[in-house]
Structures are given as C-alpha cells and as structure tokens.
Design a protein around this ligand. Structure first.
Ligand code: NAD
Ligand code: UFG
Length: 337
C-alpha cells in the first residue's frame, strides 16, 4: 500500500492513476484545501479500480499514524502542501506551517508507524536564480520567497534525517514546470481564481473564460525576449515517481533528481503551440516583467536517466493537446460535473 499525501491535487491524482495502473494499492491522504473529492472519483473512473481516501491534515499526527498503520502503508509519496509563490509572500506562516511543520509531522508519524520510504515533491525553485544552465542537481541551492524557502527547509530536514539514520529511503524529486493532463481528459489542473501559471491561464483564454493573456516581459535575454521554462507533461512526471519508488525499494539511500525534459520553451512558443493544439486563438499583450521571475530555467535531466532509467517521453504537442482536452471538457474544472 502506497500513501499519496495531497493525492487529490493536480500532480497527486496523476500519480495515483499511474500507481493503480502498475498494480499498487493506494491510500490518498488529503484535506481538500486545494482540491475536491470529485478528483479522486475521476481517478477511480480512469483506473477501473478503487483507492482508499482518508480526509485529514498532514499536521494531525494522530490521524496520520492511524492511517499509516490501519492501511499497512509501505511508502509515502508526499505531495501535500501549498504552492502559490505570491500567496507565500503574503502569508509566510501558513506556508511554513503547512509545508514545513506538515512534513515534520508526517516524518514523525512515519517513524512511529515504522514506515521509512518517502518520495518528496520538491521544485526547481530550490535552485534560486540560475548561475548556469542547464541546471544540474549540484547547482547551489537558495530561495527567493517563503514557498521556495519551505521547499529548501524540507530538503535540508530530509538530508539531516538521512544522515542521522541511513535506514531511511528518501527521494527528493525536483520538478520543473508540470503541465498537461491525463489523456482521458478526466483529470487536470484546476486552479482556484485567476491562474498564476502560464498554461492554465492560456487554456482559460482559449476556452473563452478570459479575454487575453498578459505576457510578463519580452525584454529578457532569451531568443524571443520572453521567459523560458522546462515544461514537463504531468504523466511523465507521475511516472518519475514510480521509478523513484522502485529505485528506493531496491537500493535505499538518499536520491535527489531533477524531473524535467531538458528543453526550454518561451512564453510565445507555448502560446503558439496551444493555439495550434486547440484550434482557438490566444490573444495576448506584452506587459512589464513579473517581480521575481528569472529569464530562463531548464533542467539537466541526465541524472534521472542514469539512476532511474526515466526520461520524459511526451512533447509540447501532447502537453497542449491533453491540457486542452481537459480544459474544453471541463471548463469549470471539477465543478463541471
Ligand atoms: P495541488 O494544490 O493541486 O495539490 C496539493 C494537494 O495537497 C491538494 O489536494 C491539497 O488539498 C493538499 N493539501 C495541502 N495542504 C495539505 C495539508 N496540510 N494536509 C493534507 N492535504 C493538504 O498542487 P500540485 O500542483 O499537485 O502540487 C503538488 C506538490 O508538488 C506540492 O508540494 C507542490 O509544491 C509541488 N510542486 C508543484 C509544482 C507545480 O507547478 N504544480 C512545481 C513544483 C513542485
Ligand atoms: N507567464 C506569463 N503570463 C502569465 C503567467 C506566466 O507571461 O500569466 C510567464 C512567466 O513570466 C514565466 C513563464 O510564463 O516566464 C512561466 O510562468 P509560471 O508562473 O507558469 O511558472 P514559473 O516558472 O514562474 O513558476 C514555477 C512554479 C513555481 C516555482 C517556480 C520556480 O509554478 O511554483 O516555477 O521553480 F516556484
């Protein structure tokens, strides 16, 4: 039995689908602060299998330990957390509490229940301002906002924990920019309010929910002046978790890998690809730069290939086509059903 904290969220639901397809039993532990139970039902529809749902907060050690024991959990994939950079600047305590304290409580509950295998959702945000590209795992770590600092603190806690007790099996997966959706169109990203991230915003423009995209700056030192990122299909990302889990179960140790494609695409590349995939216009206007953005950020993904035998398989067309299938079929997210 594998526990997925935050398993009702965007990335968690896609991980659950892949786990169920690979024959694992799954327990989702989520407090639905940024998701809906409908998402879990959709996972079951796609999979043709049931999973176990525990509604709870990772900061509740009693509920966590009970769930770990009751369901005989062997490993935890830890996706639960808050993720909005801007919100983290306004509400730092909520971010440190949910992300850092929540992870501490989870680790304590795992230790109490005798579960020592953890895969953690980290982020390329821990590299701070890139000093070189592509980003290798050895790049210096830093953070520029409370969200990023919470991820860096958690990584440090995990490294200290492993140093103190090498029987822990810990995978730190540094995601680049997850986009796209399951090919069924039944699950996908469902942001509350105005999307911060590029692809959900573009998708809402294409479906007619918003009139046009603000492109945050076209004067960066990039080929077309707009920001460059390493967009990775969420199903490829999910698959990376299964590979990391298999690695940890076989080898143990502390694993730290980038999950990215190694390709950088600009904002305008994404707009063009999405317009082609959807057949809809994506009007945009260029605005001043967004505070805190870097010009370019993309991964050196070869460590994940070397250690896990994992590489991203899906290209930009699939990312956009799958995001569009989800968006056009569910214009109001899970509220559509
Ligand atoms: P999401 O908000 O869709 O999913 C997170 C899930 O965690 C939600 O279902 C939410 O209800 C749950 N949750 C939050 N706090 C909780 C708590 N205290 N107790 C129980 N459940 C709680 O986000 P996502 O995009 O699926 O991200 C998953 C993880 O990946 C996060 O840790 C995020 O920081 C990390 N990450 C995401 C991105 C991205 O761009 N989406 C990039 C890098 C890293
Ligand atoms: N962008 C726009 N208009 C928008 C939204 C985004 O032009 O409406 C541009 C941004 O300026 C950037 C690119 O699109 O150049 C990607 O922006 P996103 O917000 O989608 O992604 P970021 O790379 O800025 O942020 C992501 C994660 C964060 C994480 C950060 C650093 O969402 O959680 O990477 O790793 F902190």
């Amino acid at each position: 039995m594998i526990m997925v904290t935050g398993g009702a969220g965007y990335i968690g639901t896609h991980i659950c689908v892949e786990l169920l397809a690979a024959g694992h039993d799954v327990v989702v532990f989520d407090n639905f602060c940024n998701s809906q139970p409908e998402a879990v039902q959709r996972v079951e529809q796609i999979s043709g299998r049931k999973l176990t749902l525990v509604t709870g907060d990772i900061r509740d050690p009693v509920a966590l330990e009970a769930a770990l024991r009751q369901h005989a959990v062997k490993a935890v994939i830890h996706c639960a957390g808050l993720k909005a950079v801007g919100e983290s600047v306004e509400q730092p305590l909520a971010y440190y509490d949910n992300n850092v304290v929540g992870t501490l409580r989870l680790l304590e509950a795992m230790r109490a229940a005798g579960v020592n295998t953890l895969v953690f959702s980290s982020s390329a945000t821990v590299y701070g301002e890139p000093q070189y590209l592509p980003l290798t795992e050895a790049h210096p770590l830093s953070a520029t906002n409370p969200y990023g600092r919470s991820k860096l603190m958690i990584e440090d806690i995990l490294r200290d924990l492993h140093r103190s007790d090498a029987s822990w099996r810990i995978g730190i997966l540094r995601y680049f920019n997850p986009v796209g959706a399951h090919i069924s169109g039944k699950i996908g990203e469902n942001p509350r309010g105005v999307p911060n991230n590029l692809l959900p915003f573009v998708a809402q423009v294409a479906v007619g929910l918003r009139s046009s995209l603000n492109v945050w700056g076209d004067d960066y030192e990039t080929p077309d002046g707009t920001g460059v990122r390493d967009y990775i299909h969420v199903v490829d990302l999910a698959d990376g978790h299964l590979k990391a889990l298999a690695y940890l179960q076989k080898q143990g140790g502390l694993l730290t890998v980038n999950l990215g494609t190694g390709n950088g695409y600009s904002v305008l590349d994404m707009v063009k690809a999405f317009a082609e995939a959807s057949g809809k216009p994506v009007p945009y206007q260029v605005m001043p730069r967004r505070a805190g953005d870097v010009a370019a950020c993309y991964a050196e993904p070869s460590e994940a290939l070397r250690l896990l035998g994992w590489r991203a398989e899906r290209g930009l067309d699939a990312m956009c086509a799958d995001a569009w299938r989800w968006q056009s079929g569910n214009p109001n997210g899970f509220a559509s059903s």
